[in-house]
Ligand binder design. Structure first.
Ligand SMILES: Cc1ncc(COP(=O)(O)O)c(C=O)c1O
Length: 400
């Protein structure tokens, strides 16, 4: 009898975490490594949020809480949804988990039966397909190529829907491409979804606040109120307030689904950290300067990286609408040999040779379901980004 489950055999460990670990190992071995793999802001959590956490500890908020969130946090989340997204939810329609990742996972576990299909636009966040597989469902991929700004069209979505489709996972701005859907682009997708009442929408709005220029963020239940009753609107404080380690994510949706998510959580982790919940209340209700300041910094870095990467022979880097990632194509590098003698057969070989020969760590595109590309997280200092791009340029110039 096998000890490990058949389900586990279907999933793979996170390649983004693997790249981060490899970069750390090389650093510890004394190599000069610049990590562009991690998906977290390099800024510190704002002081007012830290102070709220310290006050929570000092006032004894250190016990178990309600499984899916304290009332003050649910209230703050309702206010946030109304203020920023025009969505009205009552506290009984809100669930809070240990990160957005747990909320998404619990929702899939709570709803998927074997054979249920989940439509995932590619390139996708690495965890979606594996979470679907762990929950017993079947991922169905729809590719948004570089030519359409890494976005899928209404026709593609329509063609992917079957009677077995249970969820459509929507992520804008996207990890890994940074692509953001405009109101009209999203409306074209929600029009399709209106014709298929069996399909539920899981909107992952984690990068909502990181949008640049004139781009305006929108979420499905806001663009098409007709979908409100079958949409789970997911968000969190990790990226918006530089709180990745605090582990607070949340969602608003129909009460029955929210209850089901809470049931899964009640038998696995119980409540998210009590202190972190108090910090999240301050994040959502307190001053919002951090959001504005980080957006300015990230937009500057996006422009720096896009310009520098487009100066590298063989690389084509479109300008994304948001998040803190770019997803350049390396079609022009495939089949060449690096100065160190590595054959660039695919994007994994590119990323591996780049790390070995220059010390720059990026994540290869096949991890995100669209090749040949790589993902750069520009959540690091301007100086590090400038140096990393210079090394990538030298590497590309050395390809023969
Ligand atoms: C698209 C996307 N969704 C969700 C998450 C999960 O974030 P957290 O669990 O920290 O809330 C991430 C984190 O990288 C992400 O990139």
């Amino acid at each position: 009898m096998a000890f490990l489950s058949d389900t586990l055999a279907r999933v793979k460990p996170s390649p983004t975490i693997a790249v981060t670990n490899k970069a750390r190992e090389l650093k510890e071995a004394g190599r000069d490594v610049i990590g562009l793999g991690a998906g977290e802001p390099d800024f510190d959590t704002p002081d007012n949020i830290k102070a709220a956490a310290i006050a929570a500890i000092n006032s004894g908020k250190t016990k178990y809480t309600a499984v899916d969130g304290i009332p003050e946090l649910k209230k703050a989340i309702c206010a946030k949804f109304e203020r920023e997204n025009g969505l009205k939810y009552s506290p009984s329609q809100i669930t809070v988990g240990s990160g957005g990742k747990q909320v998404l996972y619990n929702a899939l576990v709570a709803t998927l039966n074997p054979g249920d299909e989940v439509i995932i636009p590619a390139p996708y966040w690495v965890s979606y397909p594996d979470m679907v597989l762990l929950a017993g469902g079947t991922p169905v991929f729809v590719t948004g190529p570089m030519e359409t700004g890494y976005k899928i069209t209404a026709e593609q979505l329509e063609a992917a829907i079957t009677p077995k489709t249970k969820w459509f996972i929507f992520n804008s701005p996207s990890n890994p491409s940074g692509a953001g859907y405009s109101h009209d682009e999203l409306k074209a997708l929600t029009d399709v979804l209106m014709r298929h009442p069996q399909v539920w929408i899981m909107s992952d709005d984690m990068y909502e606040h990181l949008v640049f220029g004139d781009f305006k963020f929108v979420t499905p239940a806001q663009v098409e109120p007709g979908l409100y009753d079958r949409t789970l609107t997911c968000n969190g404080v990790s990226k918006a307030y530089a709180m990745t380690g605090w582990r607070i994510g949340y969602a608003g949706g129909p009460e029955a689904l929210i209850k089901a998510i809470g049931k899964v959580q009640s038998q696995s982790t119980s409540n998210p950290c009590s202190v972190s919940q108090c910090a999240a209340v301050e994040a959502l209700n307190g001053p919002q300067d951090y959001i504005r300041d980080s957006r300015v910094a990230f937009e500057r870095r996006r422009d720096l990286v896009v310009k520098a990467l487009n100066e590298c022979p063989g690389i084509n880097c479109p300008t994304p609408e948001g998040a803190f990632y770019v997803y350049p194509s390396i079609a022009g590098c495939i089949g060449k040999t690096s100065a160190g003698g590595a054959v660039i057969a695919d994007d994994e070989a590119f990323a591996s040779a780049l790390l070995e020969e220059t010390g720059v760590a990026v994540v290869f595109g096949s991890a995100f379901g669209l090749s040949p590309n790589f993902r750069v997280s520009y959540a690091t200092s301007d100086a590090q980004l400038t140096e990393a791009c210079a090394r990538i340029k030298t590497f590309c110039e050395g390809l023969k």
